[in-house]
Structures are given as C-alpha cells and as structure tokens.
Design a protein around this ligand. Structure first.
Ligand SMILES: Cc1cc2nc3c(=O)[nH]c(=O)nc-3n(C[C@H](O)[C@H](O)[C@H](O)COP(=O)(O)OP(=O)(O)OC[C@H]3O[C@@H](n4cnc5c(N)ncnc54)[C@H](O)[C@@H]3O)c2cc1C
Length: 450
C-alpha cells in the first residue's frame, strides 16, 4: 500500500507539516524502545510504517541530558545483565559500555560502613522461585517467614520496593519468582552503563528504522483509536489541530500508566485493556546532583564508592558512576515512599539532598552546597506521557502481560515493557523484546491474511 499524505487542498506534505489525514500499512503509537524496535523490524521487512509520538523527541523513558561535561540519565540508566538482543544493538551501534563495580556502603545509626552483604536480598528472593501456592503479596510472603529479623525484613522491603518501584503490599510473589529466574538466565546480577549516554541507543534504532523507510511524526498525541478487522482510524492532536491516520494494523506501545488512565479511547475496547489491570504502574523518584569534584572520594576509603544505602533517610539509595570518574551523585526512591518527594522542584531536591549528604559524609552542609553545580530530575509520575516509572505485576496478575500481548483480530497489537512475556518487566530489554514480538505477530498476520 502506498503512503498517502495530503493537506486539505490536496498538496503533498513533508514530514514537518501537518497532514489532515495519512494512510499507511502499520501505525505504531509511542516511539520508546518498544515502538522504535517494532518500527525498525517491520520497515526492514518491507512494511510501510508510521510512528506517532506525542513528545517532541523519541526515546520515551530513556532520557539523557548533558550537564557541565557530565552525562546525566533522567530515566533508564543501567543495562541489567546480558540480554542478547540489547547487546546486539549496543554492539551494532558501536557504543562503549562499562560494568559497574566498586564498594557498597550503608548509613545506619549515624554510621557509614562498608556493606559486604549486598547479596542478602538476592538470596532471600530466590525463595520466591519455589513458591507453588496461590499468589500473594511480598508483604504476606514475609509474614510466612517469622524467623527473619527486623533489620533483614526492612532491607528486603527496601530492596523490593526500590528495585521494582513497587508497593510491597501489592507486588506478586509469583512474578518475583519469574523475574528471579529470568534474571538468572541473563547474568542479571551484573549491570553496565552506556558511557556516552543511554539515549544513543533509541537514536540508533530510530536511524535504522528511518533508513529502512519508517516515518516518525513527533508532537502527535493520539487521543482515540477506532478499529475493526484490518481497519484502524487513529485520531491525534498535532499542535492543537486534530489529524487522522488510517492503517490496516496498529501497535500500541505507550506506557501502562497511559492506558490505565484512559488517555487513549479505544472503540471497541480490546481485551488487553481489561488485562492491563493485573499490572501496576510503579512509582519512583530519581535525581542527579552534578558537583565540581568528587568531594566524597577525597577520603581514600570512599574512593570506590558505588551504592550507598541510607534506608532511614530520603532518598534511601544513592549511587556514584563508579568506576567512571564523573562528579555526580544520584538519589533514588522507589515505591510508595517516592510520594514523599512528589512534586519537588530541582532546587528543593538539591537542598534536601545537600542536608542529607552532609549528615552521611560528616561535612558542613555549606561545603556540600558550595560544591554543587546542578540538580537534574524528571518527574515521571507527573509526566502525562508516562504516568509513572515502570510496571510491576499485582497479586494474581502474572499472566496479564501474556494476555495483553495477544493480538486483537490481527489488527490491534500491544507492545511496551509491561507486555514483555519473558519476566523482565520494567526494563529496556523488556521493551525491546515486546517490540520484536509485536512486529513478528504483525508479519505473521500479514502472511496469513493479506
Ligand atoms: C526513572 C527510571 C529509571 C529507569 N531505570 C532503568 C534502568 O536502569 N534499566 C532499565 O533497563 N530500565 C529502566 N527503566 C525502565 C525503562 O526506561 C523502560 O522500561 C523502557 O524505556 C520503556 O520503553 P517503552 O517503549 O515500553 O515505553 P516508553 O519509553 O515510555 O515509550 C512510550 C512512548 O509513548 C509515548 N506516548 C505516550 N502517550 C502517547 C500518546 N497518547 N500518543 C502518542 N505517543 C504517546 C511516550 O511519549 C513515549 O515516548 C527506568 C525507567 C524510569 C522511569
């Protein structure tokens, strides 16, 4: 099918102009890693594809800024483990990575000490893999283990909430077991960073998709999707103007939070939306402070500081970019406690952070303030195009992602990290896998139906 784009007067339009209606073969809503991966895969298979993205950039929850010669990640930062499809892309893009190592510390009872027991949480979580009984929350699971002392219990709750951006009263133990097993298959205990910034990865995927003929329409916020068998009509807002897109199929690759908030009206409502309620959109707050120098590393003890757990403070987790020598400290809080930092401006976060760092490193707060150049954050909770950080599975919802990934009448397909069926919810490689899977489903349907 030929792409047709015309304005009201029937003149041909370029990508930057706003057509009244566009017709293509496959529409993809959302240009994060899931949508971009699906677009590239389909375009390289010779399918005509158009990506519709509400923001003024592609990449979604991968968002990198550059400040005072530092690379600052405001969304995804770590490459978790060795997921083959993600690493193939990193290598293809020629991106330099480095593995995270160094020393972990905890700050407790006003005392900073090296923490050699960082594996404790991981070991207990392996018990979730053996859970054969009906699903229950992590909170209920902990109650089944009264032998755990208070300190370990607190550590585990902080770990599960921090890592999964989840409420431990809601997250499914069955899903934690699936996640543990899945991570075991990709060396999930290892973590890496892209040295020059994570955003180079979606950029590479976009370049490849475009080179294969995919089109991207930015600033195009989809409001409704009407569909029946092999006919899709999408209505979107472009600079306040209503535009329409027609296609035979659509891949919906927007975040779970956007779907759950009903920001896109589907007519008729597909079964996937019902299944979306078996998942939760996790909440987290992260911010990065850029300093003049690595003031904490003047103490040779702390030269290799990597993660710092200060569970009584806010934020409860800090990390450095070690072994890279950049002068940044990142604060992180995941799960319900992130509410305590909701709506705070960069200036307010910086002030709270300086006070906490002064306590942790036993230095005058003025000294820390005088070292600070910048504080950068992105409020994913308040971002209407994300509505949260990343997904996790609610009790009883372990099948929801698989059910969401089933195509509706070969016409409506769902992608995005929340639809990953391999147990890696909430990651970049989950998003990629879902994009590959949705593209494959489209190709199979085209082969059998067209
Ligand atoms: C703070 C934070 C830290 C993270 N850390 C890590 C990490 O260290 N490692 C890791 O692997 N993962 C991490 N993640 C998760 C990872 O970023 C995501 O799982 C992944 O990027 C999601 O990709 P996606 O394509 O599914 O969704 P997204 O990247 O969210 O893409 C969806 C796109 O849809 C667009 N959209 C929304 N609504 C509409 C609409 N109505 N019309 C058109 N477009 C729309 C959005 O603008 C967005 O571009 C983190 C996430 C956050 C928020």
């Amino acid at each position: 099918m030929e792409a047709k784009a015309s304005d009201a007067a029937g003149k041909p339009l370029g990508e930057t102009q706003h057509p009244a209606s566009v017709e293509t073969d496959v529409l993809i809503i959302g240009a994060g890693m899931a949508g971009l991966t699906a677009a590239r895969t389909l375009a390289e298979a010779g399918v005509q594809v158009m990506l519709l993205e509400a923001a003024s950039r592609a990449g979604g929850r991968i968002l990198t800024v550059r400040e005072s010669d530092e690379v600052v990640e405001l969304g995804a930062e770590f490459i978790h483990g060795k997921a083959p499809e993600l690493w193939r892309l990193i290598e293809e893009a020629g991106l330099e990575t480095y593995e995270i190592d160094g020393d972990n510390y905890s700050f407790e009872d006003n005392h900073l000490r090296k923490n050699d027991e960082v594996g404790e949480g991981f070991t207990f979580l392996e018990k979730c893999e053996d859970w054969q009984q009906p699903d229950l929350s992590f909170a209920a699971f902990l109650e089944q283990h009264p032998q755990l002392d208070e300190g370990t219990r607190r550590h585990l709750i902080n770990f599960v909430e921090g890592f999964n951006a989840a409420d431990h009263h809601k997250i499914s133990v069955v899903s934690l077991g699936i996640q543990q097993k899945a991570e075991g298959q990709i060396e999930g205990e290892r973590a890496f960073r892209v040295r020059a910034g994570y955003d180079l990865l979606p950029q590479h995927q976009l370049d490849r998709a475009r080179a294969a003929g995919a089109k991207l329409s930015l600033n195009t916020k989809v409001e409704s999707v009407g569909w029946n068998y092999h006919r899709v009509r999408v209505q979107a807002l472009q600079d306040g103007r209503s535009v329409h897109f027609l296609a035979r199929r659509v891949i919906v690759a927007v975040p779970l939070g956007v779907l759950q908030a009903g920001r896109i009206a589907f007519s008729p409502s597909p079964p996937a939306l019902r299944h979306a309620h078996g998942l939760c959109m996790g909440q987290a707050r992260r911010f990065t402070l850029v300093f003049r120098d690595r003031f904490w590393a003047t103490d040779t003890e702390l030269e290799k500081l990597s993660f710092l757990f200060a569970f009584d403070g806010m934020p409860p987790v800090w990390w450095t970019p070690h072994p890279a020598s950049s002068c940044t400290l990142t604060g992180w809080v995941g799960g319900p406690r992130s509410q305590q930092m909701a709506g705070l401006t960069e200036a307010k976060l910086a002030e709270l952070a300086c006070v906490q760092l002064a306590t942790i490193f036993s230095r005058p707060v003025e000294q820390i303030r005088s070292q600070l150049l910048q504080c950068r954050t992105h409020d994913w909770h308040d971002d209407p195009l994300a509505a949260g950080a990343y997904s996790y599975v609610a009790v009883g919802g372990a099948e929801s992602s698989r059910l969401m990934s089933e195509p509706a009448e070969g016409t409506l397909f769902f992608a995005g990290e929340h639809t990953d069926t391999t147990g890696h919810w909430g990651t970049v490689h989950a998003a990629m896998r879902s994009g590959l899977r949705a593209a494959q489903q489209v190709l199979e349907d085209r082969q059998s139906a067209d």
